[in-house]
Design a protein. Sequence first.
Length: 192
Amino acid sequence: MPKGPETSGISKLYESLRARLARSVAGIVPPREIEDIVQEAYVRVCQVEEQSDIRSPRSYLFRTVRNLALDHVKSAESRLTDGLEDCDQITGHDAARLTDETFQQAASNEEFALFCDAVRHLPVQCRRAFVLKKVYGYTQREIAVELGISDSTVEKHIALGIKRCMHFMKKFDRDHEPSSRGSSRQGADRRL
């Protein structure tokens, strides 16, 4: 890592922007990840071979911290997708169709989108607890501290989140099942 005026200037700039960098990603990642991401951004900027080539160090820091936060979210989504695949095994989806990789990928993406939609429909506090548990892997105690609620309330939120998401997804499956009666009924409705 180069030492000298560039690194010193970056260090001073980083220190002056540290709180703003943290605030800029606060809505993207959970609070306990913010400090690590902000520090990682600083390390990455310091590792740039030719820091003098960075035209706008301030913008560069903000862009770096935002990209790291978004990478963190993508990683969390990947963990959530892996968890959904485990749920598929529990619910006993047709094993034969899981052998087709193209179908599996499309179904996984569709199920993940449906699951995200289900989570968006949860009440706000329930959604926060559910996402902290299922996406970020917080313990029940960590969630209670983070949200300022009791452990039992966290447990109720998680249970409600699971119940509502499963209901939402089952309802979606029922509503979108191909049915010969439904299509003939729709044809009859069109004639009226």
